[in-house]
Design a protein around this ligand. Structure first.
Ligand code: DQQ
Length: 549
């Protein structure tokens, strides 16, 4: 039949078909949101030489119209692939794109592209000047390790800066280049960051955030009092994104970390998402005065499945991003426009007490496209399990050892989603509170063990510690977005996120069920629960997605 594929998402960004990976060059320009992405126009798999920049536009970051590819491998400086990069709004107000080209020698170089017609509201066509590359491969960098220019920011000296990933003499480095005219670039002697330990890093992003826990965003060039910076890097070795908050000094082009005890090895920095996302990129949304983050969530089934479906890869929902009052951790929340998709709403009786073994079904909405917000109150921490210090370093493994079906003291409690009628298939998102040295540690996990009955699906444990004082708060919230093959969760008001891909089999023939549950001996109270069925957004299916407002 012509129906939609059961794995296809209804409101996460996907091209109509084929492969997508990294978010590229997101920007707000002239009343319109633009989103570009790594795209293989010829098939459902990543193909080293065949990457183009897919391009979609939106009035609301929810509904998208697909345009033709913006940048394709056609010139000597990118003939073997147009890889990741970023957009910058220049001083005159027009945008520019910097991206990595794989040139005729199969070497990575940095190229510039401009809109052919800046007055075209859709910026359909992009021009690649023949003077490219603007940054050739440096002599001390291998040809396959020089890529992913960031959005540029202006220093107080009036010069533009960008960050570019490179391996320099075997050391993973985030290089800074400076330019007066955006065309001629000069490399700083000192990198912004380097690490011998982490292997190649990719997709650097350096951006300012308000220092005092305010949610409003800042233009990428903002600096001065009340401004902190975030350095985000993607580590090839673990295929994870990490970040560090710090102070960026534009005179020295240096980044001073707020948590130096985490060291240079990026793998010990904080994470945006403990699940299956990579290559995140943020932009400043001048329309709504916020910083918005995008990230790629790859498939977790087989390449044969991708080919059979004809597509692979989704983006997380765009997330508003800001710095917590603690000055160290970022908070993330789905952009509020997602709520325009909320339709039928159901709840649970206020103050429902969940005793050990409780499973209360949330009935009345079609569960495959849902948005659930739940608040749990923990009346007593008495029974919290003791936590050995060794576990502090490996929360993911701890989630694996103590999954949702392993009874505990305080928790596991949380949500069960995408469950078959017989519960043989289900995905659990939960919290578990431990006692450690007279303090309490909250673990958040997504347990995929039973998410699909199928063989050959990648189902690792996902999780991290939630950086809150549960003894003082006594309440912890969870919001989970379910979208067919995506379970995207936000714990403790955006302090910990876990995005997972799921492939339940039962959806081929029956509906899914959703529950709140408690599998700990201590009671947990649901003080609030609201669940909405979400309408499908118009994503890349034609021009109807275009809402210009
Ligand atoms: N993906 C791009 C590269 C980048 C990597 C190629 C990260 O530019 O380093 O598709 O996923």
């Amino acid at each position: 039949s012509e129906g939609r594929h059961v794995r296809r998402t209804a409101y996460h960004f996907q091209p109509a078909k084929n492969w997508q990976n990294d978010p590229n060059g997101p920007m707000y320009y002239n009343g319109m949101y633009h989103f570009f992405y790594q795209y293989n126009p010829h098939g459902a798999l990543w193909d080293i030489g065949n990457l183009s920049w897919g391009h979609s536009v939106s009035g609301d970051l929810v509904n998208w119209a697909a345009l033709d590819t913006a940048i394709d491998p056609t010139a000597p400086f990118d003939i073997n692939g147009c890889w990741s990069g970023s957009a910058t709004i220049l001083r005159g107000g027009t945008p520019a794109i910097l991206y990595t080209g794989i040139d005729a020698n199969k070497e990575q170089v940095q190229n510039l592209a401009f809109p052919k017609n800046p007055a075209d509201p859709l910026l359909r066509e992009w021009h690649k000047p023949s003077y490219n590359p603007v940054i050739p491969l440096p002599a001390d960098v291998p040809g396959d390790k020089f890529r992913d220019p960031s959005t540029a920011w202006l220093g107080r000296d009036g010069l533009w800066r960008i960050a570019v990933s490179a391996e320099v003499s075997g050391v993973a480095s985030t290089l800074v280049y400076r330019s007066a005219d955006f065309v001629h670039w000069e490399r700083n002697d000192a990198p912004l960051h380097s690490s011998r330990a982490a292997g190649m890093v990719e997709c650097p992003d350096l951006f300012p955030v308000k220092a005092h826990g305010e949610e409003g965003g800042l233009d990428t060039s903002a600096s001065g009092a009340g401004v902190s910076h975030v350095l985000k890097l993607s580590v090839m070795d673990t295929l994870q994104d990490y970040y560090m908050v710090g102070r960026y000094d534009d005179a020295a082009d240096a980044f001073v970390p707020a948590e130096p005890e985490r060291g240079d090895d990026v793998r010990n920095w904080r994470r945006f998402d403990y699940g299956h996302v990579y290559a995140a990129k943020s932009f400043f949304d001048a329309r709504r005065n916020r910083r918005v983050l995008w990230a790629w969530a790859n498939e977790s089934d087989s390449q044969a499945d991708d080919v059979a479906r004809g597509w692979s890869g989704v983006q997380t929902v765009p997330r508003k991003l800001w710095l917590d009052k603690d000055g160290k951790q970022l908070r993330q929340w789905p952009i509020e426009e997602i709520e325009t998709l909320r339709r039928k709403r159901v709840g649970l009786r206020r103050n429902t007490m969940l005793s050990a073994g409780a499973m209360n079904e949330i009935v009345g909405i079609a569960e495959a496209q849902a948005d659930v917000e739940v608040a749990f109150r923990i009346p007593s921490l008495e029974e919290a399990e003791a936590l050995d210090s060794n576990w502090l370093l490996d929360p993911q493994k701890l989630c694996g050892e103590k999954g949702a079906s392993v009874p505990g003291g305080v928790g596991p409690f949380g949500l069960i989603v995408m469950a078959s009628g017989d519960l043989q298939e289900h995905t659990a998102v939960f919290f578990r509170v431990f006692r450690h040295d007279d303090k309490y540690k909250v673990l958040m996990c997504t347990d995929l063990t039973r998410s699909s009955a199928r063989a050959g699906v990648y189902k690792p444990p996902y999780g991290g510690f939630v950086d809150i004082d549960i003894e003082e708060r006594k309440t912890i919230k969870l919001r989970t977005l379910v979208d067919h093959s995506v379970v995207e969760s936000y714990g403790a008001e955006g302090r910990a996120c876990i995005t997972a891909r799921v492939y339940p089999e039962h959806v081929e023939t029956s509906n899914s069920h959703m529950f709140v549950f408690n599998n700990g001996t201590d009671k947990v109270k649901v003080t609030k629960l609201e669940a909405w069925e979400l309408a499908a957004a118009t994503v890349n299916v034609g021009d109807e997605g275009l809402i210009v407002s």
